[in-house]
Design a protein. Structure first.
Ligand code: KIV
Length: 274
């Protein structure tokens, strides 16, 4: 039984129905054990292309491939029975045309079992979002700071201040009108996120967008304290698992070196006693 009270896995329509109600809880996952850990606590689990930076040590999400997303998506799907699984479309897999987006989104869903895809972009992706949703592919949009566009944005900066405020409002309206079932707002000032949340009929899921969004998402390795290369301002570390893991590894190394591990209880006798 899940903590959210349903017995079947959530679908995009369930997330859509949460608009304006209890906050939608989302985390990323990239592996089966983490998917199992977060499943009953989350409404939506995202197989984010952040996997490239978090698990593969890439400098950005630009090097993430369809094959990486499929492999991690398959692993996550094995650990979920409650939360909706959304999978990121990697850079270069959807921007060229709606047909290219459909080809890759349908492959991601067919080969992983994801219930929806996420893609980055606002008004300029509206045609693609409409094309996909009309053909059976639920889409979560992602606007504000879109990490796949880091090179044109000039860094991982807060979006929607000054002149770009009106553009972000337009983006939110465009993706909602195109049929997205939800929209991620990343690194957007709180007041603007609140305005967008009040304006669109689909749930907003914030990451660095304040508490007024319809839901929140974090990268699971960030909030567990497992990824410590850097910490964005919007991340709260709810655990320090990286430190704990390193201490455990140091204990193991010390015990191997002083031969206190393995002890008798971890070893096998030559003869089994009758
Ligand atoms: O890739 C990812 O993990 C994401 C979330 C941070 C929203 O897009």
């Amino acid at each position: 039984m899940s903590v959210t009270g349903t017995t079947r896995q959530k679908m995009p329509a369930d997330i859509l129905a949460m608009k304006g109600g209890a906050p939608i809880v989302c985390l990323t996952a990239y592996t089966t054990p983490i998917a199992k850990l977060v499943d009953s606590h989350c409404d939506l689990v995202l197989v984010g292309d952040s996997v490239g930076m978090v698990l593969h040590g890439l400098p950005s999400t630009l090097g993430v491939t369809m094959e990486m997303m499929i492999l991690h998506g398959q692993a996550v799907a094995r650990g979920l029975s409650n939360a909706l699984m959304v999978i990121d479309m990697p850079f270069g897999s959807y921007e060229e045309s709606p047909a290219q987006a459909f080809r890759n989104a349908s492959r991601l869903m067919a080969e992983t079992g994801a219930g929806a895809v996420k893609l980055e972009g606002g008004a300029h992706m509206a045609e693609t979002i409409a094309f996909l949703t009309a053909r059976g592919i639920p889409v979560q949009a992602h606007i504000g700071l879109t990490p796949q566009s880091v090179n044109t944005l000039g860094g991982y900066k807060v979006q929607g201040r000054g002149d770009s405020r009106a553009r972000l409002v337009k983006d939110a309206k465009a993706v909602a009108d195109a049929g997205a079932f939800s929209v991620v707002l990343e690194k957007v000032p709180q007041g603007l996120a609140d305005e967008i949340t009040a304006m669109v009929a689909i749930p907003t899921v914030g990451i660095g967008a304040g508490a007024g969004c319809d839901g929140q998402v974090l990268v699971v390795d960030d909030m567990l304290g497992l990824f410590t290369d850097f910490k964005p301002k919007f991340v709260k570390r709810f655990g320090q698992l990286g430190q704990e893991a390193e201490a455990a590894v140091a204990d193991y190394a010390a015990e191997v070196r002083d031969r206190s591990f393995p002890a008798a209880e971890h070893s096998f006798a030559d003869e089994v006693k009758k």
